[in-house]
Design a protein around this ligand. Sequence first.
Ligand code: HEC
Ligand code: HEC
Ligand code: HEC
Length: 466
Amino acid sequence: MNKTSLSLAVLCAAAMLGMPYAQSAYGAETRRAVNGVPSMEKFQEVSDIVLDKCMACHSRDYDLPFYAKIPGIRQIIEQDYRDGLRAMDLNQELVGAAKDRPVGEVALAKMEWVILNDTMPPAKFTVVHWGSRLTDEDRENILHWVRSTRAAHYATGTASAERANEPLQPLPSHLAVDGKKAALGEKLFNDKRLSADNTLACSGCHAYEKAGTDNARFSEGIRGQFGDINAPTMFNAVFNTRQFWDGRAADLQEQAGGPPLNPVEMGSTGWDQIIAKLAADAALTAEASAVYPDGWSAANITDAIAEYEKTLITPDSRFDKWLRGDDAAITAEEAEGYRLFKLYRCSSCHVGRSAGGQSFEYMDLKADYFADRGAPLNSDRGLMGFTGKEDDLHRFKVPNLRNVELTHPYMHDGTVATLDESVAVMGRYLSGIPVSDNDRRLIVAFLRTLTGEFQGRPLSGTPVER
Ligand code: HEC
Ligand code: HEC
Ligand code: HEC
């Protein structure tokens, strides 16, 4: 894409972003706030700044400047161009995404962090004049845009005024569901007949008393088989943009179609096998037919399970109470842990209501996690396992951190036993900022405030020791 068509695309994005504010589309400078939300009047400036000062390193197929061809400089630039793209593909985030949805929460949080910490454009480049520094006004415009976009699209309206623009937001107390479908879904989620040998239900690996996990490195499927990837919790999975570590299921319904036929999980040979067993159960079949007139089918079974999973959310953690304005809900140390969580860039990826689940990030972003760990796993491919694209190697869906003190062990490979080590690993490989012992202690204290309630009682599970 050349600079002109890119510029046009960004301006389209600007218009799209301004959509809730009819008058503030590109070109018009309105200062009107709609529903108390700051208006988007600054986006034109932001798109100019981003085009001028950011896109060159954060967009594929962008014309590199002529001196990029000078030997020596070329190597430096190519490496950093690659690193910049891996950190954030701005073309995809701002232009691509804007076609059908607002700019993502992760892109906003990442932009906010680099502006607040004044790290972009990287100093070494402004020295060689490739990309120029941001002025104070540029910074102010970008921050204003981040905050107004967040307020328009991601604020839940339940945080206190003072905390309404935090990158993390309170979980809702409940989601709208079809009660009959959900009741059927609950039964199916706990029904061992979904497995070939009638020994394993969904809740066998996503156990209620273990915060929706199995607290094991890898899950045990039927006939003692093991996969090579850690089971995430199904609690709050409804907030994920896509499902599975590699995002291969678009939503919960598609996800629920996977395990029953997965040979190392529930191992059924086909839906016919499952349906034959369920159809033999007259009472359950009557209940299902009342909800789905066309009777048992793969689509109806997975639809009911997905509906039930909307009820598997864990609101009212101490952190949520704090976000809603109850200052005493967390201690001063825990609040300091949250400040550090933002400072160490954790909230650039672990954003939103469920503190994650919104983007796919490279586990080896800042250092080679896989070389350091050794013993390669098939699951290490991450997103590439789904898309087949080389660029997606080692990219994983960011796990949600709700109830994280109960969902050990950690990471897709289940190799990390404690939260303390998780924070150290994240600092080294994802944030690129080593976290000191004391800061790790404070961040872990904050992470423990994310444990919520299920059906009005604290979520069951065994808290990790450290
Ligand atoms: C000259 C190339 C270059 C320019 C220009 C540039 N960046 Fe970056 N950016 C990088 C590189 C390289 C990284 C990877 C981290 C690092 O090496 O500091 C990065 C990382 C980032 C990240 C992720 C945070 C991180 O530390 O990994 C964000 C967000 C970002 N840039 C935003 C911007 C914005 C916004 C602008 C424009 C104001 C900009 N960048 C301009 C090269 C660039
Ligand atoms: C044998 C153990 C096992 C069984 C049985 C099982 N799961 Fe899972 N579940 C896993 C593992 C392991 C993953 C991660 C797999 C991956 O990402 O490739 C997972 C992933 C998920 C996810 C995605 C969560 C996220 O954050 O991406 C959901 C939702 C889920 N399972 C729900 C279910 C439902 C519904 C059933 C029953 C139909 C079920 N699981 C049966 C082990 C199991
Ligand atoms: C660039 C994005 C990014 C940043 C920055 C980041 N994380 Fe993560 N985080 C991830 C991804 C991706 C994973 C999953 C990695 C894997 O298993 O391959 C993860 C995993 C985790 C886990 C394990 C959760 C689980 O259920 O397995 C914890 C805890 C965590 N991060 C906390 C943090 C903290 C604390 C920070 C800041 C020091 C941080 N993260 C910074 C993307 C990020």
